[in-house]
Design a protein around this ligand. Structure first.
Ligand SMILES: [Zn+2]
Ligand SMILES: [Zn+2]
Length: 344
């Protein structure tokens, strides 16, 4: 089968012809119909994140049709539409038994610790394949399983509830999902902080109050819009020390800042005035849980979570096109996500 793989850190991905994986008794073989190209894939290619074994097929946002199932797999069968939960876990360690598989002692991420979706086929353990409702196109089924799933997990970690106000820092795949999910939760005012004019306009179109961080300090703008109260929840989805600090500073009393973006920088907080006085909280958010996938699929099936065609850019399973899409992620792209749709 065709695959586009990382063979050396820091190098461009390369096309390869590799065997179709053999299906074990608990596995599902999927013919990939769509695979999202994620910011983290650009980090893996650049060698910023640790990769154990090369060559590796990247891609952790995957949807397709079941080609074959092992003898122990009963919940899906050949021909079914499925999407993939990218965290593989043992199911028996002290974290897995508590439903916290993102901390699994022997957890692996598809597309990072083992071959992913930049290919014609992928083999995944049965529990990682979720039936994809007919109403959800493959492209959406693929990208939902990373950015939307993590956005939902972030809202849950922040204990976000109906009527609360929220500030969303960054309007890429995560922010685009977070805004729609917040609206689906019947939120109060939503502020979207961005520097990209096209993204500010689309956030405003979708019902958010656009905060242009190029013109004035976003914290001041949010304070002004909330009569100095601040917001109940802030999501930091960019991964910069500056916006992380802003996410904390725009909180009101009992506010929660959920930090999702990755950075190696440190942030400074003045505990008394900025945290203690307000009984504010800073919460770390890592990935998402298999138990959250059914709710997420229902948001998409019912049309509350949507990715209109103009938010997607489609490329073929082609080395040059995929490398170019990864290059483009280094700048702020106007569309939400690039998806690989292998030409049949
Ligand atoms: Zn991703
Ligand atoms: Zn485990």
């Amino acid at each position: 089968m065709r695959a586009v793989r990382l063979t050396r850190l820091g190098n461009r991905l390369e096309e390869a012809d590799i065997p179709i994986p053999e299906v074990g008794s608990s596995d599902v073989l999927i013919r990939i119909a769509a695979a999202g190209i994620c910011h983290s894939d650009a980090h893996y290619r650049a060698g910023i994140s640790e990769i154990d074994d090369l060559p590796l097929t990247l891609g952790h946002e995957i949807a397709g049709r079941v080609e074959e199932v092992g003898s122990n797999v009963a919940h899906v069968s050949a021909g079914d539409r499925v999407c993939v939960h990218y965290l593989m876990h043992c199911g028996t360690c002290e974290f897995c038994v508590r439903g916290l598989e993102q901390f699994c002692r022997s957890g692996q991420m598809i597309g990072k610790n083992r071959d992913g979706g930049y290919a014609e086929f992928i083999k995944v353990p049965g529990p990682n394949a979720f039936p994809l409702p007919d109403e959800i196109p493959f492209e959406i089924g693929a990208i939902m399983m990373c950015s939307s799933a993590t956005a939902l997990h972030a809202l849950k970690k922040a204990r976000f509830k109906a009527g609360e106000s929220i500030a969303i820092f960054g309007f890429g795949g995560l922010g685009f999902s977070a805004l729609q999910l917040a609206l689906a939760f019947d939120c109060g005012d939503v502020y979207v902080v961005e520097i990209n004019p096209a993204k500010l306009a689309s956030a405003a179109n979708m019902g958010a109050i656009a905060i242009d961080a190029r013109t004035e300090d976003p914290v001041e703008q949010i304070k002004e819009a909330t009569a100095a109260m601040g917001v109940d929840v802030a999501l930091e989805l960019i991964g910069s020390a500056k916006t992380m600090r802003q996410a904390v500073l725009c909180l009101g009393p009992l506010g929660r800042a959920a930090l999702v973006g990755l950075t190696a920088e440190s942030i400074s907080i003045f505990p008394y005035m900025e945290l203690i006085n307000k009984e504010a909280e800073i919460i770390g958010v890592s990935d998402h849980l298999a138990s959250e996938v059914p709710a997420l699929l229902e948001f998409a099936r019912s049309g509350k979570l949507r990715f209109p065609p103009e938010t997607l850019c489609v490329v073929d399973l082609d080395g040059a096109q995929i490398n170019a899409a990864l290059d483009a992620l280094q700048d702020s792209i106007d569309h939400v996500r690039t998806v690989i749709v292998p030409r049949v």
